[in-house]
Design a protein around this ligand. Structure first.
Ligand SMILES: *Cc1c(COP(=O)(O)O)cnc(C)c1O
Length: 405
């Protein structure tokens, strides 16, 4: 008798036959990971600087995280939100510790977190204007990305994402990123919220300037408009502060989180400032799977490791030398690498041409990275990356730039 685990079917054939074709996938099949390394089914090792698109923030299979999930899986995995569980209460307490006085709602993804914030904007609009359906305008930034659900997709002013799905949810207006005047011009009495990413992730690593975020905070306060920040990609330590907006010294009215929060286990969350948290009342929002004991165990383990291993400080310190190495490449290969952007371990390499051949060449030399926006390569090391792994990534990039010069 053969056990199912030794039946060898070609994985690529299975995908070709049965999986929806909505992704262009890399050619290899990954089967194992440890720290910043992953291995494919032919035994090749790669330095994984995709981190599952900013998700596997502790690298792969961090022992503390694995133990926490294993322990919780043997105890209680799911209860629904009809009951309390210590893990959800504790994770909320710890996120409030980072975000400030407020309350947390748990869900399962970034898209679901953004959806919750957009629903908060509608409730605020009703409170502000006294009628439903009038004060619904949310101002978003050009090239923003807020997920694939109907609210978030409607808040994502990109043709490639909206095409084929109209009519969209009404009420979204677009302004220029880092242009306060442009946001001010869009603001009227029917405006309920501003929604921005502290650093745009999907459209090429475009950071909000400090002046812009400080200005937005002031403008939103003056106009009684919510400042909603999407930290799904840039949050949870990736930039060397827990939230990326901390660099500007502001506090939003709500924060969407997901990707790095579970370290690879699906979990999303929104934090809402005390002043607005009671807009949600029993029955007004929910999520069957949101904040399960297991998901929250994963989230707690991520925060444990970030704190115990001092990862925020490490990202800040180690990114200095790493960025210097990347900037050096831009200086050496200006015809190919026009600019290095970003903060901490959220870095965009602005190429002068299509990044696809570069990404393939990097993969062949053992470095995995992600494309982003307009001719940009996104480099997303796990927060646990060692100085040696960071310099190896620079050397592999150098080899590929030389080969393609
Ligand atoms: C990835 C991402 C989302 C969507 O998250 P999903 O978990 O894929 O639904 C939303 N906003 C930002 C900024 C993201 O990077």
């Amino acid at each position: 008798m053969s056990s199912p685990s030794i039946i060898r079917t070609n994985t690529a054939d299975l995908y070709d036959a049965h999986v929806l074709k909505n992704y262009a996938r890399a050619p290899m099949t990954l089967v194992r990971g440890r720290g910043a390394q992953v291995w494919d089914d032919a035994g090749n090792a790669y330095l994984d600087f995709t981190s599952g698109i900013a998700v596997s923030s502790l690298g792969h299979c961090h022992p503390h995280w694995v133990a926490a999930i294993q322990r919780q899986a043997g105890e209680l995995i799911h209860t629904s939100n009809l009951f309390r569980h210590p893990n959800q209460g504790e994770l909320a307490r710890r996120l409030v510790g980072y975000a400030g006085p407020g309350r947390v709602f748990f869900c399962n993804s970034g898209g679901e977190a953004d959806e919750g914030m957009i629903k908060l904007s509608r409730l605020h609009g009703v409170a502000k204007s006294g009628v439903e359906g009038k004060c619904i305008k949310v101002i978003v930034a050009k090239n923003a990305f807020h997920g694939r659900m109907f609210g978030g997709m409607s808040a994502t002013p990109q043709e490639k994402i909206q095409k084929g799905f109209r009519p969209l949810v009404p009420g979204f207006a677009v302004a220029e990123l880092n242009n306060l005047q442009s946001f001010a011009e869009q603001m009227d009495e029917d405006t309920t919220a501003v929604l921005v990413e502290s650093i745009q992730g999907e459209s090429g690593i475009n950071p909000c300037t400090t002046e812009f975020l400080v200005g937005l905070r002031k403008l939103c306060d003056e106009r009684k408009v919510l400042l909603l920040i999407d930290e799904v990609q840039c949050g949870l330590g990736r930039t060397g502060t827990f939230y990326a907006f901390e660099a500007a010294g502001i506090r939003p009215d709500a924060i969407a989180m997901a990707k790095g929060l579970g370290g690879g286990f699906p979990i999303g969350a929104i934090w809402i400032a005390d002043r607005f948290a009671d807009l949600f009342q029993p029955g007004s929002h929910g999520s069957t799977f949101g904040g399960t004991p297991l998901a929250c165990a994963a989230g707690l383990a991520v925060l444990d490791v970030i704190e115990r291993e001092n990862l925020l400080e490490k990202v800040r310190q180690q990114s200095v030398g790493w960025h210097a190495g990347l900037q050096q490449l831009a200086a050496e290969f200006p015809a190919q690498l026009a600019e290095v952007r970003g903060r901490g371990y959220l870095v965009g390499l602005q190429l002068t041409s299509d990044p696809a051949p570069y990404i393939a060449a990097l993969r062949e030399r053992g470095l995995l990275v992600v494309s982003s926006g307009n001719n940009v390569i996104r480099v997303l090391p796990p927060l646990t990356a060692t100085p040696d792994e960071l310099s190896r990534s620079v050397e592999i990039l150098r080899a590929v730039l030389v080969a393609k010069a």
